[in-house]
Design a protein around this ligand. Structure first.
Ligand SMILES: [Zn+2]
Length: 247
């Protein structure tokens, strides 16, 4: 008997038994079956699959598996930025970016907290959201199912949870974000990148009390706000930990 390791991405996990989701699964087989047969044997219909990488190389469904192969299987959604000759790596292969509807400001800030590029504007129109999604290849997150019916939309997802606290967990799970998160690298207020700066350079922008107690500071490269690890950051760390802990 031979074996190969399979990893299914994003919503393809919905087809797997709960214990096999979001992780590597080893399958054992005789001879050298086609990769399509083994994908379907895992419970995933091949019609849902857009891209298969075997040992980092893009292959067709009729590709024959060998002992020890590593197989990554992506739905249409995940295949956006995958070039045919990428190598197997521990992180997802593309950078995921979002644009969120006007109801989801809190979720946008929380995605930024995890380091994801998330555009949100209080006064954005549906047309602007759709246009940003298409022109910048951003996944449109929305609680408004109406907008998802627009024909031109290619990458979008409805947020199902009603409780705001659950929204972030839902998105992390659905898009398999835990491994590519980079917490505390993005400005919660404006989506800009954060960089560490010497204390001397921000003295005029922080309260006197803060000057006394803290030495490490970050600043936003876009809006110039200054951040530090005060008592308020404990709550943020809790949100990050809960989101990345997984289901
Ligand atoms: Zn900023």
């Amino acid at each position: 008997m031979r074996s190969a390791t399979f990893r299914f991405y994003a919503e393809l996990n919905d087809f797997l038994p709960p214990g096999e989701r979001q992780r590597e699964v080893v399958r054992i087989f005789p001879d050298s079956p086609s990769v399509k047969d083994q994908i379907e044997a895992c419970g995933v219909p091949h019609t849902e699959v857009d891209l298969v990488l075997v040992n980092g190389r893009s292959v067709g469904f009729d590709h024959r598996l060998s002992d020890g192969d590593c197989v990554s299987v992506y739905p249409v959604f995940e295949a956006l930025d995958v070039t045919p000759l990428v190598h197997h790596r521990p992180k997802p292969l593309r950078e995921v970016r979002f644009v969120l509807d006007t109801h989801l400001g809190k979720l946008a800030r929380r995605l930024r907290l995890l380091g994801f590029d998330a555009i949100w504007r209080r006064d954005a129109t549906d047309a602007e959201l759709v246009s940003l999604s298409l022109s910048e290849r951003r996944i449109l997150l929305t609680r408004d199912r109406g907008i998802l019916k627009r024909r031109e939309i290619t990458h979008a997802a409805a947020i199902r949870a009603t409780e705001a606290r659950r929204h972030l967990l839902e998105v992390v799970e659905r898009f398999d974000l835990a491994r590519s998160a980079a917490p505390f690298t993005r400005c919660l207020a404006c989506n800009g990148g954060l960089v560490g700066v010497p204390k001397e350079s921000v003295l005029d922008r922080i309260p006197a009390e803060t000057r006394l107690h803290y030495d490490e500071f970050l600043t936003c490269t876009a809006c110039a706000r200054v951040f530090w690890w005060g008592p308020h950051s404990r709550r943020l760390r809790e949100i990050v930990e809960e989101a990345l802990r997984g289901p």
